[in-house]
Ligand binder design. Structure first.
Ligand SMILES: NC(=O)c1ccc[n+]([C@@H]2O[C@H](COP(=O)([O-])OP(=O)(O)OC[C@H]3O[C@@H](n4cnc5c(N)ncnc54)[C@H](O)[C@@H]3O)[C@@H](O)[C@H]2O)c1
Length: 264
């Protein structure tokens, strides 16, 4: 439905700022890298595990290959960024996995898959934040954004690892936000609904298919990665200077929609 009324635009300037995005070669991470780069960031570093990430990141985004489940690699990625670009203003944690094999009831979940999802989706966020905070404490400034999920708030069948870990990503942001509130560091989490990315496409069948999933969102569609990126840009900017230790839904109304409501 298009309106005849004029659209509104919010503009954010990241001139001079240094930004690191984990999972920067994935759907949401790529859009976030692009948004920071287009808004004038001095440097955007995409940290990911893909073999040749340089072909996957937007032009002028730096690629640093690291597995976020490895603490030393995370520290090394922050050190590399700071040594090269002189500081770190924003860390965005998006690197996570949700393999199709994880869509099983708890009793069928292998301990190997559980351990890997905890290592990447939970410990990975902590590893990166820990290294980033050390630099941000020196600067007495910085913003950390954890990309969580609506599945961290309310759950579904067959997400025995993904959902609980996403809830922990929300609580990580609250805890870190409280811990460093008086030292110039803000921390927030975002809870997207379904967003059109490779991760979503690989799990669509398990979620009932594209049309069904879109219709479960009150806005009647799946979200686009740039819609998450827009929120990250704003939250990481000084326009959001009184926002910390909280979670923001980017979910087309999904979180407000009761299971008892008439389906659209
Ligand atoms: N797509 C959705 O519908 C949706 C909804 C809610 C939340 N999320 C969350 O958004 C974030 C991004 O999801 P996406 O849909 O863009 O996924 P994606 O699979 O497209 O991207 C994830 C990226 O993380 C990278 N990655 C995986 N393991 C890594 C590791 N060990 N170290 C470093 N990088 C690693 C992958 O290579 C990939 O580039 C995730 O945290 C996801 O849980 C996604």
């Amino acid at each position: 439905m298009s309106s005849l009324r004029p659209p509104s635009q919010a503009r954010v300037s990241n001139t001079g700022r240094v930004v690191l995005v984990t999972g920067g070669c994935g759907g949401i991470g790529h859009a976030i890298c692009l948004a920071f780069q287009e808004s004038g960031a001095a440097a955007v570093v995409a940290v990911d595990v893909v073999q040749d990430g340089t072909v996957l990141v937007p032009p002028h985004v730096e690629y640093y290959r690291a597995d976020v489940s490895d603490e030393a690699s995370c520290q090394a990625s922050i050190d590399w960024t700071v040594n090269r670009f002189g500081g770190l203003d924003v860390l965005v944690n998006t690197a996570a996995i949700q393999p199709p094999a994880s869509y099983v009831p708890l009793d069928q979940m292998t301990s190997e898959l559980w351990d890997r999802m905890v290592a990447v989706n939970l410990t990975g966020y902590t590893n990166m934040a820990k290294a980033a905070v050390r630099q941000m404490l020196l600067q007495r400034s910085g913003v950390i954004v954890n990309v969580a999920s609506e599945q961290g708030h309310r759950t579904a069948r067959q997400v025995p690892a993904y959902g609980p870990i996403k809830a922990a990503n929300i609580m990580q942001a609250k805890q870190w936000g409280i811990e460093y509130a008086r030292q110039g560091i803000r921390v927030v989490s975002l809870s997207p609904g379904a967003i059109e990315t490779p991760m979503l496409r690989s799990t669509l069948d398990a979620q009932g298919g594209g049309a069904e999933l879109a219709n479960r969102h009150p806005l009647g569609r799946i979200g686009q990665p740039f819609e998450v990126a827009n929120a990250v840009l704003w939250l990481a900017s000084d326009a959001a200077s009184f926002i910390t230790a909280t979670d923001i839904a980017i979910d087309g109304g999904l979180g407000a929609y009761g299971a008892f409501a008439d389906p659209y």
